[in-house]
Design a protein. Structure first.
Length: 330
């Protein structure tokens, strides 16, 4: 792999993954591969590496990135994946990519990602929660067909467990509130992340943009506000050009169902696909939640801080084990 990547030269670096750098490599048969290099000197690093290998070798689907090989030696781990020519979705959506994706391509990307998640949740022998569905983890092939990458955070989910309580890991802005605040993890956490991703694909902007006005800074809040004002089409990427309004409205409606703050209210991914394809009727949306997206996370954070502060002021004797540290909320 050193030869294939020219000793991991900076010119061949494609980007950063969840747990390491990714390089473009050229094999002797003139085919390209993506080489992910991880530092696994720690036990946790080795565990994450073995987790990714175990999961990615156990799954086979057209919308999941294929693993070609791996090695673990001397505190360094290498994963060799198929190389996808069009890089990651975030670069095309957000980084002034020379060609704007038309609506048909965006919709097919949405469907492809959804099918990949359905496979993980419902078609694997043991359901898998990806935990980090986001634009930078969606890679695109020559025909702009999407493949889900970066399984380093994925967790197996046994069907007899209602949820898994786990150390929080993922990307803020894409994390479901019950997971971000309480560490409660179910397949519905991926549904939430998918909903955020869909809104980004439709709008062509990140889920949070401090350059926008206060009204538009948080994408989920803005989408809900437009929905309540019957102005959902205002969220559409201005570069998109012509598009089928009814299909876009349907897609945004499904995305808002996916980002509902209560996990039980979110649809399964198989129902998401059925609604997107209009095989079943849309589930009606409830009224706009009081706190949604990052604003909900910040509200919970402030509320718990205020509760802690109040309890400290009202009581001169308390147990340190009952104090929720700020660090645990971040």
């Amino acid at each position: 792999m050193q030869k294939a990547t020219n000793r991991f030269h900076a010119e061949n670096k494609l980007g950063e993954g969840g747990f390491g750098s990714v390089y473009k490599g050229l094999l002797p048969d003139d085919s390209y591969v993506a080489v992910k290099v991880l530092s696994v000197g720690s036990r946790q690093g080795q565990q994450e590496f073995m987790n990714e290998v175990k999961l990615i070798t156990a799954v086979q689907h057209r919308n999941l990135v294929k693993l070609k090989g791996c090695c673990l030696e001397g505190g360094q781990a290498i994963l060799v994946y198929e190389y996808l020519e069009n890089s990651s979705l975030d670069k095309i959506l957000f980084d002034n990519f020379p060609k704007c994706l038309d609506w048909g391509t965006r919709f097919e990307i949405i469907l492809g990602v959804a099918r990949g998640i359905v496979y993980l949740h419902e078609e694997c022998q043991i359901p898998i929660i990806h935990r980090d569905i986001k634009a930078s983890n969606i890679l695109l092939d020559t025909n702009l067909k999407p493949k889900i990458a970066d399984f380093g955070l994925a967790r197996l989910f046994t069907e007899d467990a209602s949820h898994v309580t786990t150390k929080i890991a993922g990307t803020r802005g894409y994390m479901a509130p019950e997971y971000a605040v309480r560490g409660k993890l179910t397949v519905k956490a991926d549904v939430y992340s998918f909903g955020v991703l869909v809104l980004e694909i439709v709008s062509g902007r990140r889920n949070q943009d401090s350059k926008e006005s206060e009204e538009k800074e948080f994408l989920i809040d803005w989408a809900w506000s437009l929905h309540e004002q019957n102005g959902v089409l205002g969220i559409v990427d201005p570069l998109l050009g012509e598009y089928p309004e009814d299909e876009v409205l349907q897609t945004v409606h499904v995305a808002l169902l996916c980002v509902l703050p209560t996990a039980q209210m979110r649809p399964t991914m198989s129902r998401v696909i059925s609604m997107l394809l209009r095989d079943i009727e849309l589930i009606p949306l409830p009224a706009k939640p009081d706190y949604i997206g990052d604003s909900m996370w910040e509200h919970n954070y402030r509320t718990q801080k205020e509760t802690i502060s109040s309890s400290l002021q009202d009581s001169s004797v308390y147990s340190s084990s009952t104090i929720l540290s700020e660090k645990s909320l971040l």
